[in-house]
Each structure stands twice: as structure tokens, then as C-alpha cells.
Ligand binder design. Structure first.
Ligand code: MG
Length: 258
């Protein structure tokens, strides 16, 4: 199994980066791994930490309509160049934390996505350079208030509610190019989304290069690479699970926002 890089909080509230062992102990690093964090001889026992989102991005840059079948289901064309938008860092939650359904919306959708974690400052990169800036891969759910997205005509409100960016549970450094992404609701074993990540219109290297020509990406920043066909609504009480082969599963339940 690939190394699983996690970010955790101990019972005293201190935050660490580390490696999740098969025993579920976490071997601690002395810094984020993309900032040359080194393994220490400290470990946390399985019952002595809570798993957090695996990085703390300064920004999340997301890409719309990056799978042709999803663009078609939205009754739009694939854009001629990547369509990018931002989600705020305050939208991030970890696996097993709760998605809060906001009272302003009557239609909140899941969007399972591959997330890229940037390891090195990236400005004005070629696709070849961009490839070196991608430190690893994790899973995201680009939760979207679809009715507000349509109503507002731009996407900030719809994409930015607190808890609208489940991320994790951990980062792996390598990913098979044909890895399958699947989203499941509740107890169903039939996925509502199922695609191979190589069906993306614009590749991860191209996306990071493109974004880096607009804004500097910093270590720990996250790029969401778009959702495949099959987006649909969440209800209060639902459990949504996004799986990517070779990474793992990101699972969250939906509650009403107070
Ligand atoms: Mg999306």
C-alpha cells in the first residue's frame, strides 16, 4: 500500500503531520512533508488523535466542467480552456466530519473529485514544470448549492459555504493514470458517479500550469480537477462517500446548518 500522509490533532489540540501506519498509529513528522518534514520517533496511538483534512491550503482552486459527460449533463459545452473558480479555505472539513446544509438552498449537490496537493511554490509554470509541483493526491467533494449557482450567475456563494469542501482522508504520492473515481450514497453499492480520471479534458499538469499563470500556488494549496457525470442532490441525513482507487474513501454525513 502507498504511504498515507495525514494531518492530525492530538487530545491537547496540537496539530501534526505524519504517516498513518497499518496499525493506525501515526508516526509524526516535524513539518509538512512537502516542506521537507522529517520523520521523528514520536507516534500517536490510534485513540489519541483526530484526523484532519490532510493539508491547510491558503486557497482551493477548482475547475468546472472538466469531464465531457458532466458538461453534457449540465447542458453546456466543454470550455475551450479551463474554467476556474475559488473555494475558501474555511470550506474545508475532514473525512467523517459533517456537511452542513445551509438554509439558503433547496438543492445541494455532491461532486466527487480528484484533488491535487501542491508541494512547491508554482508561478508561471510550463506543464512540465507543473508536474514537479504536484506533491500528491487526495479526494475532495466539491459540494455545491446548485440553485444558488444558477440564481447568482457566478459561483462564489454556491461553492463557498462552510463545510462545502470535504478533503482527505490522506495524501498519497502516486496515482495510477486510469484510477477510478466513484461516489456512493448511503447504503447503495451502485455508484452515482463512476469514471476513470484519465477521462479529464485538461490533465493535472495542464491545469496547474494554467492556474500558475494566473495566481501563484503555494505549498499546501489544493487544486480540484472537476467532477465526472452523475452529480445529484444530497438530503439532510444522507451519507456520501467518494472513493478513488489507490487513495481511499472520503465519507461525510449531511446535517442541517443551525
Ligand atoms: Mg466541481
Amino acid at each position: 500500500m502507498a504511504q498515507r500522509y495525514v494531518r492530525v490533532q492530538n487530545l491537547e489540540g496540537q496539530i501534526y503531520y505524519g504517516l498513518l501506519q497499518l496499525s493506525l498509529k501515526v508516526q509524526l513528522l516535524d513539518a509538512p512533508p512537502w516542506l521537507q518534514g522529517q520523520l521523528t520517533d514520536l507516534t500517536l496511538e490510534p485513540d489519541s488523535y483526530q484526523i484532519l483534512a490532510p493539508c491547510a491550503p491558503s486557497k482551493i482552486v477548482a475547475v468546472g466542467k472538466n469531464y465531457a459527460a458532466h458538461a453534457a449533463e449540465m447542458e453546456t459545452e466543454v470550455p475551450p480552456e479551463p474554467l476556474i473558480f475559488l473555494k475558501p479555505p474555511t470550506s474545508v472539513i475532514a473525512s467523517l466530519q459533517e456537511i452542513q446544509y445551509p438554509h439558503q438552498s433547496q438543492r445541494v449537490d455532491y461532486e466527487g473529485e480528484l484533488a491535487l496537493v501542491i508541494g512547491d511554490r508554482a508561478a508561471d509554470c510550463t506543464p512540465e514544470e507543473a508536474q514537479m509541483k504536484i506533491w500528491g493526491y487526495t479526494i475532495a467533494n466539491d459540494v455545491t448549492a446548485r440553485d444558488l449557482q444558477r440564481k447568482d450567475g457566478q459561483w462564489t456563494r454556491a461553492k463557498s459555504f462552510d463545510t462545502f469542501c470535504p478533503l482527505g482522508p490522506w495524501i498519497v504520492r502516486e496515482l495510477s493514470p486510469g484510477a477510478r473515481l466513484q461516489t456512493f450514497l448511503n447504503e447503495s453499492s451502485t455508484p452515482v458517479q463512476s469514471a476513470s480520471i484519465d477521462q479529464m479534458v485538461f490533465s493535472p499538469d495542464f491545469l496547474v500550469s494554467y492556474i500558475s499563470k494566473v495566481m501563484t500556488l503555494l505549498p499546501g494549496d489544493v487544486v480540484l480537477t472537476g467532477t465526472p457525470f452523475g452529480v445529484g442532490p444530497l438530503k439532510i441525513g444522507d451519507r456520501v462517500r467518494v472513493e478513488i482507487e489507490g487513495i481511499g474513501r472520503l465519507e461525510n454525513t449531511v446535517v442541517a446548518r443551525n
